[in-house]
Design a protein around this ligand. Structure first.
Ligand code: FES
Length: 138
């Protein structure tokens, strides 16, 4: 069961990145993989904001790298991240499994919850930035 004080949206989290924050280029992300990104949003290297970027061709999805079970990253290092490209990502703490397409937890300790999606903008030259918050959407 998830913790009771879990925020509902990525922008409610401490040091959530601002709209327009640059995340890098689509071409820097391995295609068909989930990439962990630690952003310095004011907490320095000791307290980064953790993101997961899932690339499929030109399409990139972003989720907060925060398991809804204990509020921790799904893995401590990129090499420990468990994913089935295009299908699922699995937390390596207690092995909750999340759907690749929308971050919904399909099995494990947090069924009914999910990873928090983060909206992205992609420029014509493939640069990724945090998109504006739309009310009613994530
Ligand atoms: S922290 Fe328990 S499943 Fe992720």
């Amino acid at each position: 069961m998830a913790t009771s004080n879990t925020p509902s949206h990525w922008f409610e989290l401490t040091r959530a990145p601002a709209t327009g924050t640059i995340l890098g280029s689509v071409s820097d992300l391995p295609d068909g993989q989930a990439t962990m990104l630690a952003l310095d949003t004011g907490g320095g290297v000791a307290q980064p904001f953790h993101l997961l970027l899932l690339r499929e061709g030109a399409q990139v999805r972003a989720f907060v790298n925060r398991c809804p079970h204990f509020g921790v990253p799904l893995a401590a290092r990129q090499t420990q991240l468990i994913s089935k490209p295009g299908t699922s990502i699995t937390c390596n703490v207690h092995y909750a499994r999340f759907r690749w397409s929308d971050g919904v937890c399909e099995s494990g300790e947090c069924v009914g919850e999910g990873l928090m999606p983060v909206p992205l903008d992609v420029s014509a030259d493939g640069q990724l930035t945090i998109a504006a918050i739309k009310m009613g959407h994530t």
